[in-house]
Design a protein around this ligand. Structure first.
Ligand code: SF4
Length: 447
């Protein structure tokens, strides 16, 4: 049973010193009880009390790390049911499935997709995260060979077999990379938990329903396993959504520890239709998968899923921004065009992409408007002549070009007159409303 804020308060030092970031011990206790603070923030809590309060201060959904080094995947530690309540923290990892029953060429093709299906969008690198290595052959040697091949990608692994002897053989070559062991079930949980403990690897627990799943989790935690990933066994969108929602609610609202772990889903096992598989993966991104195992990562499937994940896991309270400044596109000189826009990442990367496509070297002046898009910033009074004028003077563009012609976004054409009054040395030109029209505009301008 989770401790209440008052239970926790009684155990705190009660100095009310504020060093934990909130003014009183009571306020800190309340935040701890809601999972919105870490006990380490108070420097005066004794080790003994820390041990006592560990349950109360632990996040309701455990953070689990799969793999090591730069490519390690961290999942879990989510604190809300709905993204708009706060934010989602650890985006789900996409795994591509390879099976030791597949042909060499099919395996090679799928492993190659991990590298070929990588994209850059608004300054972020979008890619898959894991290789799920499955044995359907029941042949240890084949499984181990496939594991070795998958290790060559340097992506973290999910090892898939019910056979604990085969799992042991696979771990003998890859345990140091901390793969996810999939899975402990009713028939093998003691052996799988023993392997996970011995090799210090995370363990997936799989069951046909949530009751059996939570009982199994209690059994493996009793064996000393802490890093767990849940597979509730659902293999269609409806059941998967129902189970994931139940698990998240039980963990956050009821503080039900046996379900307080990230979830693995298998869209690759839900549908033969690749489009339905992609839909199931999309549902997993939104509700509430930690790992999504896909049959392949063809670009048509990977890109929209990556973008959906990026959007869902962007903090809604912090628009993605780029730094204020002057950005050269190509190799601009003192005669090159000067464009002005705001520091909302999507705006910057869209505009810079179109300027690049025009092949006309240009300067883009990016003004800090707290990450708002052009029209929103104008509406909020942040992208207006009175603030643009001082920005153009301080940004240093006058040292880069000898002309004084400034191209502003077409959607704020109405500010051109006032802006000329703010910047009397400059001629204001109204650019296109749509970024897609920038190449044609720049070309016609330089003709
Ligand atoms: S730092 Fe510790 S003692 Fe100080 S107010 Fe916070 S909880 Fe209380």
């Amino acid at each position: 049973m989770a401790l209440t804020g008052l239970d926790i308060y009684k155990k705190l030092p009660q100095k009310n010193c504020g060093e934990c970031g909130v003014p009183t011990c009571l306020a800190f206790a309340m935040k701890l009880a809601m999972g919105k603070a870490q006990l380490d923030a108070c420097p005066y809590v004794s080790e003994e009390t820390k041990a006592e309060l560990s349950e109360a201060s632990a996040p309701p959904i455990r953070l689990v790390t799969i793999g090591v080094g730069d490519k390690a995947l961290k999942i879990g530690e989510e604190a809300v049911l709905f993204r708009h309540e706060k934010t989602f923290y650890h985006q789900p990892g996409f795994a591509v499935l390879v099976d030791d029953g597949m042909s060499e060429s099919e395996i090679g093709e799928k492993l190659a997709q991990l590298k070929s299906s990588q994209f850059e969008r608004v300054g972020q690198f979008l890619r898959a995260d894991l290789v799920a290595v499955k044995s359907s052959s029941n042949d240890s040697a084949k499984f181990v060979e496939l594991v070795k091949k998958a290790m060559g990608t340097e992506f973290p692994l999910v090892l898939i077999t019910d056979n604990s002897e085969m799992m042991k053989a696979a771990l003998s070559v890859c345990a140091k990379t901390k793969p996810l062991i999939y899975a402990a079930n009713e028939g093998n949980f003691e052996q799988m938990a023993a392997l996970a403990k011995e090799e210090n690897c995370p363990l997936a627990v799989a069951a046909k329903d949530l009751n059996i799943l939570s009982e199994l989790v209690e059994k493996v935690t009793a064996q000393g396993i802490k890093d767990i990933v849940l597979d509730p066994g659902s293999r269609n969108i409806k059941d998967s959504l129902r189970d994931a929602t139940f698990i998240r609610r039980a963990a956050l609202k009821k503080k039900f520890k046996p379900l307080g772990y990230p979830i693995i889903t298998f869209p690759c096992e839900m549908y033969d239709d690749p489009y339905m598989e992609a839909v199931a993966a999309g549902v997993g991104i939104m509700k509430y998968a930690g790992i999504i195992v896909l049959s392949d990562l063809e670009a048509w499937k990977a890109l929209p899923l990556y973008v959906l994940r990026q959007n869902i896991y962007t903090d809604p309270q912090k628009p993605m921004q780029v730094e204020e400044g002057i950005y050269p596109i190509g190799e601009p000189d003192e005669d090159s065009p000067v464009l002005l826009t705001t520091n909302f990442s999507l705006t910057y990367f869209t505009v810079s992409g179109e300027v690049e496509a025009s092949k006309i070297p240009s300067w883009i002046c990016i003004m800090d408007v707290e990450g708002l898009s052009v029209l929103t910033a104008w509406g909020a009074g942040k992208f207006v002549p009175e603030s643009i004028g001082p920005f153009m003077k301080r940004c240093g563009i006058t040292d880069k070009v000898k002309h004084r012609k400034l191209i502003i976004p077409g959607c704020v054409a109405q500010i051109s007159g006032e802006l000329e009054e703010e910047l009397p040395d400059w001629k204001i030109e109204v650019g296109p409303r749509e970024a897609g029209d920038i190449p044609a505009y720049l070309k016609s301008r330089s003709a």
